[in-house]
Design a protein around this ligand. Sequence first.
Ligand SMILES: *[C@@H]1O[C@H](CO)[C@@H](O)[C@H](O)[C@H]1NC(C)=O
Ligand SMILES: *[C@@H]1O[C@H](CO)[C@@H](O)[C@H](O)[C@H]1NC(C)=O
Ligand SMILES: *[C@@H]1O[C@H](CO)[C@@H](O)[C@H](O)[C@H]1NC(C)=O
Ligand SMILES: *[C@@H]1O[C@H](CO)[C@@H](O)[C@H](O)[C@H]1NC(C)=O
Length: 426
Amino acid sequence: MELKIFLLIASICCFAITHVSGYCSITLSQDESLRPKLYKNIGSRKALIHTEGLSYQFNENEVITADCETRVQSPSQFSGKRSIDCKCTTSYIQIDGTSLSKNLPVQCDKIKWNLYESSKQFSWCPTPMASYLLARPLNNIYEYLAGVCYNFDQQQILNIHYAAAYQLSKYQYPTRLQNYSPTVEILDIPNKFVARRIKPTNFKNVEIQEWMKFSQYENHSIIQDPNLYNKSYDKFGGFIELDWWPSLRTGNWRLYEKALREHIEADKEIYDVLAGVSNSIAVPSYENVCRENYTMIDVIYRDNQKIPLYVWHYLKSLKEANGTDVVVIGVNSAFSDFYKEKDLIFCTDICHKLDWLKSAQATFHYKTLGLIFCCDANEVKLSKRLEGIPMASSKPVNSGAQLLPLPLKRPKEEYDDFNEPIRMET
Ligand SMILES: *[C@@H]1O[C@H](CO)[C@@H](O)[C@H](O)[C@H]1NC(C)=O
Ligand SMILES: *[C@@H]1O[C@H](CO)[C@@H](O)[C@H](O)[C@H]1NC(C)=O
Ligand SMILES: *[C@@H]1O[C@H](CO)[C@@H](O)[C@H](O)[C@H]1NC(C)=O
Ligand SMILES: *[C@@H]1O[C@H](CO)[C@@H](O)[C@H](O)[C@H]1NC(C)=O
């Protein structure tokens, strides 16, 4: 009797031990951007593994491929490779005949994006602004993260074009940028595009000084989605910063960005985003006018630097290619009480009509959290009230003398929403 129990226990132990000893695990970094994609090898095919948590366990004789978007950083013996095959054996993980610990940390290099001048001006970037590409060489071609239109005169970003897609989507970068090539690389970005924080003493006018003390504008990135920022945009310093009114940035704009991110993940959405700044803030002045009256005076610091009045996202859904494009506009002014509301909100607000924005938009009209409104992109263009937003452009006029007879059917030139000419197949 006792012998039987002993044998039973012994066999359970044996089973448990051999079973446990068959497991291997790959441990992953806390930082999501450093994690490889893991694939199960099934015959000649590979199936993507959806990992939950910071380690992945697999069985003896299984082979897991760890694939880095950049290259492997650890295990260091394999640093520089794009992907490694990890085979679980009884007592170790084997990679290319090298035996390593059964508990193996695998980590990728951080994605490094470089800054280049673009071969030609983006069609949505008006002259004399400068067009820059954030890109990296990858297997002899370039991969593009974003396009930045920069205003040298005011030393501030005008707009940035990037893609916002759900986590496992193949579409992470905007295809539109492939019409442009990188030329000169700009090195040492933080020293070339120096970050700056406004000090009230930057202003000579005493009234403006007082208003600036009160409103506390801060330089922060135009990219406010924390995942996007941490993954790719935290190295560009002043190049992509603007002077934010903190109440808008940490108030309604944060709520909007959160709702957008949740919508993108939940609905497996993909957007081409053009994010930009327009116009400039003004503050009330009571000098030279009767007591209860005021005039609005422009806030300009250093030589020609301005604080944008509007921060906006032009959202172009690639999934619903036939849907209407929306522009979400934040009022970056601590002084909206001094404007008539219709002077600030210059188009029909449709935030409440967007399903994914329904719960977030409840506070969009509280001025203390920063006003936000949403409009049909066409209405915004027609209003001509947002400086720097791409306008629907008409066919360029041919002013030269007409030497050749006109073709019977003149090919119609069409432009898409960021003014990129649509090539017609002929
Ligand atoms: C803002 O500018 C200052 C320099 O004036 C810089 O140190 C800082 O990193 C910039 N960015 C943020 C987010 O504070
Ligand atoms: C982004 O990085 C900051 C600083 O390293 C960190 O505090 C924050 O939690 C990160 N956010 C995300 C979403 O990863
Ligand atoms: C305030 O200004 C408006 C127009 O600028 C003028 O019509 C009005 O009389 C002024 N009010 C006072 C009290 O001065
Ligand atoms: C796009 O929408 C218009 C009007 O709503 C419709 O006439 C057209 O057929 C749609 N096109 C596609 C490709 O769905």
